[in-house]
Design a protein around this ligand. Structure first.
Ligand SMILES: O=c1ccn([C@@H]2O[C@H](COP(=O)(O)O)[C@@H](O)[C@H]2O)c(=O)[nH]1
Length: 274
């Protein structure tokens, strides 16, 4: 799906759906019952500019808007059937609970992929892999400064003493990737680490948040993560921007402004492919 959407829309851009009613345009501001309306307008305005959509579940759950997320997932299917939807849920729990989270992501919401924390080990990831054709992106080197606290620690007990994030990348490229369903999350705020992850995980899709509001360098991100080999490329690169697109305007023209910002970002990413 990623390859098809990338080709059809000529895009590496993922629009993140992080609806915060306090930031909505004036006629919707503060009204959590309009989360669906806001997001549906963004989806309609950007559907032909993206490789993927990424709704962040916290922004719906915090406002008791899970029913609106269900409707939005169905709407994305209808408006953009070719565009994969990555549910950003960052789940991670023992196997029996993970089975319930997998039902939530893939059966309740019908997501194509979900984000997971790998911290609890392979048995916490395995329940998601039972869903044929669905994907799981493991947090590897996240975009936030605090990612250093654990992800940049050296593992003295593992061969070669890799950094923790390097170990996650190797596991995801190798023994954990039973049916080719895994990808990795790497922050656009750390291009050198994106390059390292690409070395260790040449075929995996990389979900890369951090351009836009977090200030990550879009060009450096693509140069670090995107590889063309002959006519083929290595694993896809999915560069997420949420707030910079969603809140490009606080006026009635918010959807048109979101489209302009999405097109601008897409074009920067395209130019960086070389
Ligand atoms: O390392 C990570 C992992 C996930 N995120 C999520 O991506 C978006 C970023 O939003 P912006 O408004 O473009 O900053 C958000 O949903 C985060 O939860 C991340 O930023 N970094």
């Amino acid at each position: 799906m990623l390859g098809a959407a990338e080709r059809q829309n000529q895009s590496l851009l993922c629009v993140g759906l992080d609806p915060d009613p306090a930031k909505f345009p004036a006629h919707l501001r503060g009204d959590a019952s309009r989360i669906y309306d806001f997001c549906a307008a963004i989806v309609e305005a950007t559907a032909d500019t993206v490789i993927a959509f990424k709704p962040q579940i916290a922004y719906f759950a915090a406002h008791r808007a899970e029913d609106q997320l269900e409707r939005l997932m169905a709407h994305m299917r209808a408006v953009a059937p070719q565009v994969p939807v990555i549910l950003d849920a960052k789940r991670g729990d023992i196997g029996s609970t993970a089975e319930q989270y997998a039902i939530e992501a893939f059966e309740r919401y019908g997501a194509d992929a979900v984000t997971l924390s790998p911290f609890m080990g392979f048995d916490s990831v395995q329940p998601y892999l039972k869903y044929e054709g669905k994907g799981a992106f493991l947090l590897c080197r996240t975009s936030n400064p605090g990612g250093d606290d654990l992800q940049n620690q050296r593992l003295a007990t593992v061969d070669g003493q890799p950094l923790l994030y390097e170990h996650v990348a190797r596991l995801a490229q190798g023994p954990w990737n039973l049916n080719g369903q895994l990808g990795l999350v790497v922050g656009a705020t750390y291009p050198a680490e994106i390059e390292r992850v690409r070395e260790l995980a040449p075929t995996l899709p990389l979900l890369i948040p951090g351009v836009g509001a977090q200030g990550g360098d879009a060009v450096a991100t693509v140069r670090a993560g995107y590889r063309r080999q002959g006519d083929a490329t290595t694993g896809p690169v999915i560069v997420n921007s949420s707030r910079a697109i969603l809140y490009a305007s606080s006026g009635d023209d918010f959807a048109a402004a979101a489209r302009s910002e999405a097109l601008r970002t897409r074009n920067v990413l395209e130019a960086a492919r070389g």
